[in-house]
Write a protein that binds this ligand. Structure first.
Ligand SMILES: *Cc1c(COP(=O)(O)O)cnc(C)c1O
Length: 373
């Protein structure tokens, strides 16, 4: 069956007791044993397994084309558990311009616990070749990256990684499996902040890891999660699973709207550059078109002038909402450097736009007004 059909049928369980097609919410933390000591329902304790989490994990595995998935209490929690499954002394290669919260997690937490990190430009395959050695255990990439929307060649980095005997994990939060399937391109793991497009309505925090094969590292990840407990609540699982049902249609809407907004901004006199991989002028467009089905819903723009010009433009929007994050139905605009704080390397004149599901004409008119033409 096709993606849309599976997305609807494989991430929900019709409630057997009532026939409710929205599925039931199982809030129990503990499950009854039979007289012989067995567990008739297959569940023991909710930190290890819960029906709502299992349904979500099955949906995530199916949509990314993996053998298994683990749902987490946040996107950061997913990457944290992946790193906790490594051992002191392991070498990890990550992007220079990765999601800033994860860069801080690496620098301020895991570097102190003995993991060794190399921060490199993943768009430069020579730099990847040089950084990945026989000591490397894991390579993490984000493509497109956030907030610079740089493109990494997933297949090429996968080959370099595997030649060194390491694992490749790809953060697929920005495109989702509707537009990009890293496991089919050779990645070992996919990472998601389901907080973004999978939840899709800015009302649930969550994360996920999906595995191409049940490798030794995957078993260790599951062990760390079961013992450590960075699991989502049943209701959070139910919300994300509901989001999966409409994911394909929402992603098409985000993608079509963003393509129109990007084309408009690229011609706008108040804009210096539009960072959006769906534009032919983007440096990574050739690689991106080969490995994905569209530019997605996220873009950044460099406003002509300094930080003040960008902040002033963001102050004038009426349809866009000034807020961080992305992936919901509301269009959001954000001055990224001031959210990232004093150690940010993001250009001061950069605004990040999450293109929502409003009508594109209204979004374009709003930006045109805000940019003062
Ligand atoms: C948002 C985001 C995260 C963090 O997810 P949280 O749910 O906020 O912890 C990680 N990676 C990427 C690419 C993100 O966009």
């Amino acid at each position: 069956m096709k993606f849309e059909t599976r997305a609807i049928h494989e991430s929900t369980i019709i409630d057997p007791a009532t026939g409710g097609i929205g599925g039931s919410l199982q809030l129990s933390t503990t499950f009854e044993r039979a007289e012989d000591g067995s567990y008739p329902g297959g569940y023991v304790y909710t930190r290890e397994s819960n029906p709502n989490r299992l349904a979500l994990e099955r949906g995530l595995a199916v949509l990314e084309g993996g053998v298994d998935a683990a749902a987490f209490s946040s996107g950061s929690g997913a990457t944290m558990t992946l790193l906790q499954a490594l051992q002191s002394g392991d070498h990890v290669v990550v992007p220079q311009d990765m999601y800033y919260g994860l860069r801080r997690l690496m620098q301020e937490v895991f570097a102190l616990a003995g993991l060794r990190f190399s921060y490199i430009d993943m768009a430069d395959l020579n730099a990847v070749e040089q950084a990945v050695t026989q000591d490397t255990r894991l390579v993490i990439i984000e493509t497109p990256s956030n907030p610079l929307l740089k493109i990494t060649d997933i297949q090429a980095v996968g080959e370099i990684t595997h030649a060194a005997g390491a694992y490749l994990a790809v953060d697929n939060t920005i495109l989702t499996p509707v537009l990009q399937r890293p496991l089919e391109l050779g990645a070992d793991f996919v990472i998601h902040a389901t907080t973004k497009y999978m939840g899709g309505h800015s009302d649930v925090l969550g994360g996920a890891l999906i595995a191409r094969e049940a490798t030794e590292l995957w078993q260790r990840i599951q062990l760390v999660q079961h013992l450590g407990g960075s699991v989502p609540s049943p209701f959070d699982c139910w919300l994300v699973a509901r989001g999966l049902q409409t994911l394909a249609y929402r992603m098409r809407g985000h993608n079509d709207n963003a393509q129109k907004v990007a084309a408009f901004l690229a011609e706008h006199p108040a804009i210096d550059a539009v960072l959006y991989p769906g534009l032919e002028t983007h440096a990574g467009n050739a690689v991106h078109s080969r490995q994905s089905g569209g530019g997605g819903g996220l873009m950044s723009v460099l406003v002509k002038g300094e930080a003040e010009a960008a902040i002033n433009a963001a102050a004038k929007v009426r349809v866009f909402t000034r807020a961080t994050s992305f992936g919901g139905v509301h269009s959001l605009i954000e001055h990224r450097a001031s959210v990232e704080g004093p150690d940010s390397t993001t250009p001061g004149n950069l605004l990040r736009l999450s293109i929502g599901l409003e009508h594109p004409d209204d979004l374009i008119a709003d930006l045109d007004h805000a940019l003062g033409s």
